[in-house]
Design a protein around this ligand. Structure first.
Ligand code: SF4
Length: 255
């Protein structure tokens, strides 16, 4: 990298930090001590889905052996995507315009798993766009990563529609495909965004407020549960807690 490129990269990182500091408010994220969280009494009410603690267990997954070359990995992922484009395993296929498979790179060391696509995402077949995507992009830049070098996807690939949620059995059915995806991509750290993603990946009904911030190894992947982007947008104070979780995820990447 040339000196000019290094300076430009530094300036970009600085801009991202300032942007994220604004997002967090006056104290700034560097001032936040590790493990700080709002006292229980000061926490705003979580939306129903964040605290519901539903048990969402994965359906049995077929044993997928991670391919050894980029070519075989790309081939296996595009085969899986093709299968899902034609998938009718659950009723959500009737509502979809297009499946939302992934964004980013298959060689990512950091993956973000959301819950299910919005109707907006369904139209262009990309996860994390609009306000949620904008917020996630800021978080990624603030930990000095880039969206293009991460892997982004949801547990459920078909949008359930406006104001609708996937059922537990739909989460289980589509979640089996998520495990295939993750085994193929094989990132070092997976950030599970929200109750549905965390409950599914960790096979637990523990509420996300309790789960968040503690990484758990599952099938060879380090899973870091945190709040969903929707929750952060509805409850801005939760961004501070998410930031603590993201700092831990970044430290795990650097180990
Ligand atoms: S949500 Fe998943 S399992 Fe259901 S139809 Fe879509 S791709 Fe298939």
């Amino acid at each position: 990298m040339s000196r000019e490129d290094s300076i430009a990269a530094l300036a970009d990182a600085l801009r991202a930090r300032i942007d994220w500091e604004r997002e967090l408010g006056a104290e700034g994220y560097e001032a936040t001590p590790p493990n700080r969280s709002l006292p229980e009494s000061a926490r705003p009410e979580s939306p129903g889905r964040e605290s519901a603690g539903e048990v969402l267990k994965p359906a049995p997954t077929s044993s997928v052996v991670a391919p050894t070359t980029d070519k075989s990995k790309a081939h296996a992922l595009s085969e899986l995507k093709f299968q899902l484009e034609n998938c009718t395993q659950c009723a959500l296929h009737q509502k979809r315009n297009r499946i939302v498979f992934s964004d980013g790179t298959m060689n990512a060391r950091l993956a973000f798993v959301g819950e299910f696509p919005t109707t907006e995402e369904d139209m262009i077949s990309l996860p994390f766009i609009g306000a949620r995507g904008h917020l996630l992009n800021k978080i990624i830049l603030a930990i000095e990563e880039r969206r293009e070098t991460c892997y982004l996807c949801h547990v459920v690939k078909c949008a359930p529609g406006q104001n609708a949620l996937p059922s537990q059995s739909q989460v289980r059915t589509c979640g089996a495909h998520l495990w295939q995806q993750l085994r193929l991509v094989s990132p070092k750290v997976v950030v599970a965004l929200g109750q549905t993603a965390a409950s599914f990946l960790l096979e637990t009904d523990t509420p996300i407020d309790t789960l968040r911030g503690t990484a758990v190894e599952k099938n060879g992947l380090q899973i870091m549960p945190t709040f969903s982007l929707e929750h952060m947008l509805n409850t801005p104070a939760s961004k501070r807690e998410v930031w603590e979780d993201m700092k831990k995820a970044k430290a795990m990447l650097q180990q």
